[in-house]
Design a protein around this ligand. Structure first.
Ligand code: C2O
Length: 533
């Protein structure tokens, strides 16, 4: 079945934290409209750009089998949709069901241009967990009092870190603020019922913990892949990730605090703001009764985070097997971190940069996918290094030289080859969390640990049976994560840190996957309305 949507990108004035400002939205909504589909449906979204910015939209986690032209990252798979232009994204959600998100993939527009993608199972196919009474969306975000693109501009101009946001939002609201009588977001439920919460982190720069006073969650799915259900009172969710949980309204009818707080275990992270909302049982008078509160985990609660991540396992059932690659064709060791390069125009004469294997990625001026498809030379090279240029104690004392190389360097994969990537955070400048997102694929997160990856010992502990399958994974601060995937999708696929500030600084690279020889193994031709640069 075909699903048609129209996205008018328009400016809208809205008020938060007691002041109003114009923001870029889709159809005047914040968060934006939800895309609903069923597994194997074709989705057509006509995007009309009515604002002064260039725009592109990414369907985060949609595999885009052979349809890289619809993936959306600006200058990677398409040139941006310019003011006044129209582009229709056309893709099929083949073999996928669950919660994903869409967001703008240019500048920092995704701060306000984002929304949910809900892919239901095919008709007649049940969830592999008890049917909920109702489903609810919980979309996390961040709010700046000033214009977000001005925050980005200022950071680029100064070469320094951008201002952190002024609030964490839940479904667009920072929480009850009485001074300007904003009620915040209320999640209303009925006693005795079970709800499926589709939780999405659309924040720009923070991994977050989510808690609801007095209640537990049963996690059933992450990044549109089912997991073995487990109970927890705290969810850890990074930007770009989605988590479906069952919540049973089994407490005394009343009001319960929902908290969204940053998880950051780096000494240089400064955000300390908690977003709040209220879980409200129906029948409880709006004004009456106290709200039962909960304390969010401290922002450096590494053990809480590790506990959550270690609990995630693929469902790996007969209907949903975990197809973990056991033989590896391409093995990469990729360091991710921050560095400092000279910047003559910056006040400090230096600029903060970020890298993978010491390469700070330079965005091209025409889309990489076009350059690949038409064989245009000089746009990228395919010599991304398989390991960092020099070995050092990545999580120990930082090296003296904090400079990085620049380049638009891709890594080439044969169709259907298998890939393992060890993602190693480094303490160059300071250790940091990096939620790494891979476009075009789901991968299996087969291992993680703190400190330096040990190539002798650590692979023996990999979970090759039921590792969690996802599209965005947190590399722990001062630690590593190992992922595996099969390159069965031809095209050019971005891989980057989903903390927008790190992407801006260059913590990104891309894979180019060649066409296969068989039928249905090559990239489809570009749509006729594909934007031009
Ligand atoms: Cu959700 Cu390349 O991003």
């Amino acid at each position: 079945m075909e699903r048609h949507y129209k996205f008018n990108v328009v400016t809208k004035k809205i008020s938060r934290l007691c002041c109003s400002k114009p923001i870029v939205t889709v159809n005047g909504k914040f968060p934006g409209p939800t895309i609903y589909a069923r597994e194997d449906d074709t989705v057509l979204v006509k995007v009309l750009n009515h604002v002064d910015y260039n725009v592109s939209i990414h369907w985060h986690g949609v595999r885009q089998l052979r349809t890289g032209w619809a993936d959306g990252p600006a200058y990677i798979t398409q040139c941006p949709i310019q003011p006044g232009q129209v582009y229709t994204y056309n893709f099929t959600v083949t073999g996928q069901r669950g919660t994903l998100l869409w967001h703008a993939h240019i500048l920092w527009l995704r701060a306000t241009v984002h929304g949910a993608i809900v892919i239901l199972p095919k008709i007649g196919v049940p969830y592999p967990f008890p049917d909920p009474h109702k489903e609810k969306l919980v979309i996390l975000g961040e709010w700046w009092k000033s214009d977000v693109e001005a925050v980005l501009d200022e950071a680029v101009r100064s070469g320094l870190a951008p201002n952190v946001s002024d609030a964490h939002t839940i479904n667009g609201h920072p929480g009850p603020i009485s001074s300007c009588t904003q009620r915040g977001f209320r999640l209303s439920i009925k006693h005795g019922r079970t709800y499926l919460l589709r939780i999405i982190n659309a924040a720009l720069n923070d991994e977050t913990f989510l808690k609801i006073a007095g209640h537990h969650f049963t996690v059933v799915e992450v990044d549109a892949a089912y997991v073995k259900p487990f109970k927890t009172d705290t969810i850890l969710i990074a930007p770009g990730q989605t988590t479906n949980v069952l919540l049973t309204a089994d407490q005394d009818p009343g009001k319960y605090l929902i908290t969204v707080s940053p998880f950051m275990d780096s000494p240089i992270d400064v955000d300390n703001v908690t977003g709040t909302a209220i879980l409200e049982y129906s029948g409880v008078p709006k004004s009456g009764g106290p709200t039962i509160i909960t304390t969010p985990p401290p922002k450096n609660a590494t053990p809480v985070a590790a506990d959550f991540m270690n609990s995630l396992r693929s469902l790996n059932s007969g209907a949903y097997p975990a197809r973990v690659p056991l033989e590896i064709d391409h093995s990469l060791f990729v360091t991710a971190g921050l560095g400092i390069n000279a910047c003559p125009t910056c006040p400090t004469k230096n600029r903060v940069v970020a890298y993978m294997n010491n390469v700070t990625f330079v965005m091209p001026e025409i889309a990489l996918l076009q350059a690949h498809y038409y064989g245009i030379r000089g746009v990228f090279t395919d010599d991304f290094p398989v390991k960092p240029p020099t070995e050092y104690n990545y999580t120990g004392t930082p090296p003296k030289n904090l400079n990085t190389m620049k380049g638009t360097r891709l890594y080439r994969l044969n169709y259907n080859s298998t890939v393992q990537i060890i993602l190693q955070d480094t303490s160059m400048i300071a250790p940091e969390n990096h939620p790494i997102h891979l476009h075009g694929f789901n991968f299996f997160a087969v291992g993680r640990g703190l400190g330096n990856f040990n190539p002798e010992k650590d692979p023996k502990k990999f979970n090759l049976v039921d590792p969690v399958e996802r599209n965005t994974v947190g590399v722990p601060s001062g630690g590593w994560t190992a992922i595996r995937f099969r390159a069965d999708n031809p095209g050019v696929w971005f891989m980057h840190c989903h903390l927008e500030v790190h992407t801006t600084w260059g913590l990104k690279m891309a894979f180019v996957v060649d066409n296969g020889k068989g039928p249905d193994q090559s990239l489809l031709p570009p749509p006729t309305d594909l934007p031009k640069c």
